[in-house]
Design a protein around this ligand. Structure first.
Ligand code: UD1
Ligand code: CA
Length: 447
């Protein structure tokens, strides 16, 4: 039986932040969510999260995870003290306890499975992940005897100069035999430079302590400050971009672009500088995106162009061009062969095939048919101060420049609206409509 405990009660003092450390983000996901996802497939009977500093906020951020069991640590008196809080929760439990620091976000599930396997096969009291680092600053150092058993972990602060030279570090991920840990858990002291109860002090008290060195030391990077956070972000981004480059995506200036892990790209996609993908985006083949576009939770079919634009929670059909300077907002569905031009905002609307909205328009809460031409400056007036109303426009209709369509309104097919009209009545198919006051021209010099 396997129980998992994630330590997430600390403040993260070195982050200098109002936000608890484990809620800081890397490539769009919080550190704690990343740790959780590395334990997703491990077949555990339960997942416990130790919370303390801003416990409510941390719990709130994880409200979508149904299986989590939160344990309060108050005050936060160190990682060993955090695990002591599990004692009442784990009454009668007999299996292995996998402990993860909530600030080690790059761990792979595969590595955890290997750790568990190694731990079981070697029948150890505890096995923890270690790494050999060229610059081990900030980590606890691991000391072994000749037969490879771990004798102790000494925190960097408590090391003497000689001990500090040891490059073998503790990654903060442990698999304990719970009953053996329980035997010694309450005998930890806080005689160290931080006056805290350290989980790492259990190592020298347990019968058989082993370490399991990871292949890729970067995987166990702990985040203590913003510099480490930015290094991890850089690492994730670099990996994502190389992955997609190998699959046929070009980045003109990769460093200036960011991707999310949940986005996917077709082949022959060209991504220009300063272009960002957030959440879950599906990008088709032959798209040309950027410079300077932000695409969030959207699906783009093949051959879409988007320049200097924001596209958020939208679907864009093939051969459609967006921008420059367009804002496509949530619940928008733009069909193929359409053209959305500069300074156009579209919200919660369906746009039919081949429809053009080329300049300076707002289209909100609307359903537009096929092959419509929306003239420059056309506005759907969808809000009456209280409620939003819909605008419907049939196929092949044209709105003149500066038309205002006061919703709720239904414009038929093949309608032409004269420039400058404010239309607040439904218009039949095949109509020409102009709503405009009479032009008055007077000669200014005559009295
Ligand atoms: C810890 C280890 C160190 C290891 C490093 C790996 C200890 C004493 N030291 O150091 O050997 O090299 O991780 O990254 O464990 N937390 C609580 N309650 C507390 C204190 C901390 O839940 O009272 C949580 C924090 O929220 C964090 C995790 O435990 O997620 C680690 O705490 P942190 O203070 O970052 O430990 P390190 O100094 O990095
Ligand atoms: Ca840490």
């Amino acid at each position: 039986m396997l129980a998992i405990a994630i330590l997430a009660a600390g403040k993260g003092t070195r982050m200098k932040s109002d936000l608890p450390k484990v809620l800081h983000h890397l490539a769009g996901k919080s550190l704690i969510e990343r740790v959780l996802s590395s334990t997703q497939g491990l077949n555990s009977t339960r997942r416990l999260i130790v919370v303390g500093h801003q416990a409510k906020r941390v719990k709130g951020a994880l409200k979508n995870y149904q299986d989590l069991d939160f344990v309060l640590q108050q005050p936060q008196n160190g990682t060993g003290h955090a695990i002591q809080q599990l004692i009442p929760k784990l009454k009668g439990f007999k299996g292995e306890l996998l402990v993860l620091n909530g600030d080690v976000p790059l761990l792979k599930e595969r590595t955890l499975s290997s750790l568990l396997k190694f731990h079981k096969e070697s029948d150890a009291s505890v096995t923890f992940l270690s790494a050999s680092l060229d610059s081990p600053t900030g980590y606890g150092r691991v000391f072994t005897n000749q037969s490879g058993l771990v004798q102790e972990i000494i925190e960097e602060r408590d090391c003497n100069n000689e001990q500090r030279k040891n490059k073998l570090i503790n990654a903060g991920i442990y698999c304990f035999n719970w009953l053996q840990l329980l035997d010694i858990l309450n005998s930890l002291s806080s005689q160290n430079s931080q006056k805290e109860i350290y989980l790492t002090d259990t190592i020298s008290l347990l019968k058989k302590a082993l370490h399991f060195e990871v292949d890729d030391p970067f995987e166990v990077t702990g985040i203590n400050d913003r510099y480490q956070l930015s290094e991890c972000e850089y690492y994730i981004q670099k990996k994502l971009k190389s992955f997609w480059m190998a699959r046929g995506v070009s980045f003109v200036d990769p460093i200036s672009c960011t991707l999310s892990e949940d986005s996917s790209f077709g082949t022959d996609v060209i991504i220009e500088p300063q272009t960002h993908f957030r959440g879950k985006c599906n990008i088709g083949n032959h798209c040309h995106l950027g410079p300077s576009s932000v695409i969030t939770n959207s699906n783009l079919a093949d051959n879409v162009l988007a320049i200097h634009s924001f596209i958020n929670e939208a679907r864009i059909g093939e051969n459609t061009s967006i921008g420059p300077f367009a804002h496509i907002r949530p619940e928008t569905n733009i069909s193929e062969n359409s053209k959305i031009g500069n300074f156009v905002e579209i919200k919660k609307s369906f746009i039919g095939e081949g429809t053009k909205i080329n300049h300076l328009s707002y289209v909100g809460d609307s359903t537009l048919g096929n092959n419509i031409n929306i003239g420059a400056g056309t506005i759907t007036a969808n809000f009456d101060g209280k409620n939003k109303h819909r605008t419907l426009i049939g196929d092949h209709s044209k709105t003149g420049a500066n038309s205002v369509l006061v919703a709720p309104i239904k414009i038929g097919s093949n309608v032409t609206i004269g420039a400058g009209s404010t239309i607040s009545k439904d218009i039949q198919d095949e109509s020409l409509v102009v709503e405009r006051s009479k032009t008055i021209i007077r000669n200014k010099s005559k009295k």
